[in-house]
Design a protein around this ligand. Structure first.
Ligand code: GLN
Length: 539
């Protein structure tokens, strides 16, 4: 078992997650089995209770883990499915150490950060590596070197480096920023020098430096970083801005990063290289012609990372169809306030309503659904989007004007979306939703069947509310058909409009399983329908 730790310096948001994912992809392309762990030094046990405005989207794993969005990047780049153990937080670590202490497991000893917390961290990392049966485990440390919160984690990694036998088995990759300043546009290396110094102060010497910059870093600057930071010039890699995140592995590969890692870790490189398949995918993405415009009507659109998996599912569909997908980000609140829906949605070729919680923006989303339904614009509703499509149909087609979800109006006379009895008594917030992969059974002959090509699928979930069984018959009679159900036939999973070119909504989240070269079927279907719609429109 070998490990590569990825740390970050200077500032946060450098794209460490993409860097870690890219290194993983490159090593996978050389035939190694790779897995990845994200360390989040915050005190939350998991990301389940976090507002997307703070850390972006809450990603959902197959086992129901609600985790940092970087796990989504790992899954997409590595094409592997991970479990919640791959996200280690301070909350999880302390919770288990404190529980052990309360159970008397420390036999009267003083429980301390070193060694008890650090031991727990190391144990968790090694367990993931072992259970994934990986050749290489990549560990990304969230935050920036120097933060108080990440200290115990860095200390644990420092210890592991020694225990595992040094750089042959444990490599440190440090991501820093090389800003380009002044009128002459000179790349500045001082922040990198300082951040490496900071790392050294805690006993970690980087093996590789990934220098983030707007433009490719010239040889002269690489040499300077090499000199000041005591790494070979080959180990200084330029991580300049690129058009698409999927280009990052190709940029690293070109600079010889994979070869350098293989050499330094004495990895046995006896496999065929298959990065070409990835290359083809990136080319298809970049050579896409024409355009369709898809609106995403959300409530956290100010931070695009809140909807990162939707964005990626559309990118995967773009590469597959060869057409550019432009996203029109719309804030449901604004639509609601303004009231003129045509102004917002005029000209779009498709509409996506993503998941969400709480009242804000609900009416703006319902207005958007109505507009898509009435104007034959391709529509995809996800989770809350599915529930709102059900509400919109009940209100505007079936005449139940006050139809609602009990999440928004407890006293509605038409609770078309409601809690099932087992959810009614749940008081705790964290980890109590219907989470993770669940089987969905699809009706033959439906649009969903056409898209998936099978009657049994497995998709990820994160919701509390369901279509109320008391209204199912009435809604279906009206023409909104539930073509996907859970194994008991109690929970409605997919809804489709009969009289519409493409109007489909899912209670589950297909975006979490969309991967490069394997776009989620309902997104691919949406983009294809949008192309058709655009063609008919004649523009
Ligand atoms: N708020 C809704 C529920 O809890 C939808 C959740 C979601 O969109 N992820 O059921």
């Amino acid at each position: 078992m070998k490990y590569i730790a990825v740390t970050g310096g200077v500032l946060s948001g450098l794209g460490k997650g993409i860097a870690a994912s890219s290194i993983g992809r490159l090593l996978k392309a050389r035939g190694f089995k790779v897995t990845a762990i994200k360390i989040d030094p915050y005190l939350n046990v998991d990301a389940g209770t976090m507002n997307p405005y703070q850390h972006g989207e809450v990603f959902v794993l197959g086992d129901g883990g609600e985790v940092d969005l970087d796990l989504g990047n790992y899954e997409r780049f590595l094409d592997e499915s991970l479990s919640s153990e791959h996200n280690i937080t301070t909350g999880k670590v302390y919770l288990s150490v404190i529980n052990k202490e309360r159970d008397g497991k420390y036999l009267g000893g003083t429980v301390q950060i070193i060694p008890h917390i650090t031991d727990e961290i190391k144990k968790r990392i090694r367990k993931v590596g072992r259970e994934s049966d990986a050749d290489i485990t990549i560990i990304e440390v969230g935050g920036t070197v120097g933060d108080i919160e990440s200290m115990p984690f860095l200390e644990a990694l420092r210890q592991m480096h020694r225990e595992e036998g040094g750089h042959v088995n444990f490599l440190f990759v440090h991501t820093t920023l090389v800003p380009i300043l002044g009128t002459v546009g000179e790349p500045k290396t001082k922040p990198t020098q300082h951040s490496v110094k900071e790392l050294r102060a805690i006993g970690i010497t980087p093996d590789i430096i990934l220098a983030r910059s707007e433009k490719p870093i010239p040889k002269k600057i690489k040499r300077k970083i090499s000199l000041f930071c005591d790494v070979p010039e080959r180990a200084v890699v330029s991580a300049q801005d690129v058009k698409s995140i999927y280009e990052v592995p190709l940029n690293f590969e070109k600079q010889g990063l994979t070869d350098y890692i293989i050499e330094r870790m004495e990895l046995n490189n006896g496999y065929e290289q298959d990065i070409r398949e990835w290359e083809k995918f990136v080319k298809r993405l970049e050579k896409a012609k024409g355009e369709v415009e898809i609106a995403i009507v959300g409530k956290y659109t100010g931070l695009k990372d809140s909807y990162i998996s939707h964005k990626q599912a559309l990118a995967h569909s773009s590469a597959e169809t060869g057409v550019n997908v432009k996203i029109r980000w719309l804030e449901a609140d604004d639509i609601e306030r303004d009231g003129d829906i045509d102004k917002f949605l005029h000209g779009v070729d498709g509409v996506v309503i993503p998941g969400g919680f709480g009242n804000r923006g609900i009416e703006g989303k319902i207005m958007s659904i109505k507009y898509a339904r009435e104007n034959g614009i391709p529509f995809l509703g996800i989770c809350l989007g599915f529930q709102l499509a059900t509400i919109e149909f009940s209100r505007n087609v079936l005449g139940m004007k006050e139809a609602d979800s009990t999440e928004f109006d407890r006293n509605t006379p038409y609770p078309v979306i409601d809690l099932l009895p087992e959810q009614k008594d749940v008081k705790k917030m964290g980890g109590t939703m219907r989470l993770g992969e669940q089987k969905v059974f699809i009706e033959k002959g439906s649009t969903a069947y056409k898209l998936y090509g099978k009657t049994e699928i497995s998709e990820r979930h994160r919701h509390r509310y369901e279509v109320n069984p008391d209204f199912i018959e009435k809604i279906q009679e009206g023409g909104f058909i539930f073509t996907g159900k859970d194994s008991e036939g109690i929970r409605m999973e997919i809804g489709e409009l009969k009289e519409h070119p493409y109007f489909i909504a899912t209670q589950f989240h297909p975006e979490f399983k969309s991967r490069p070269m394997k776009p989620a079927p309902v997104y691919l279907g949406l983009v294809k329908a949008a192309m058709e719609y655009r063609k008919k429109k004649g523009s």
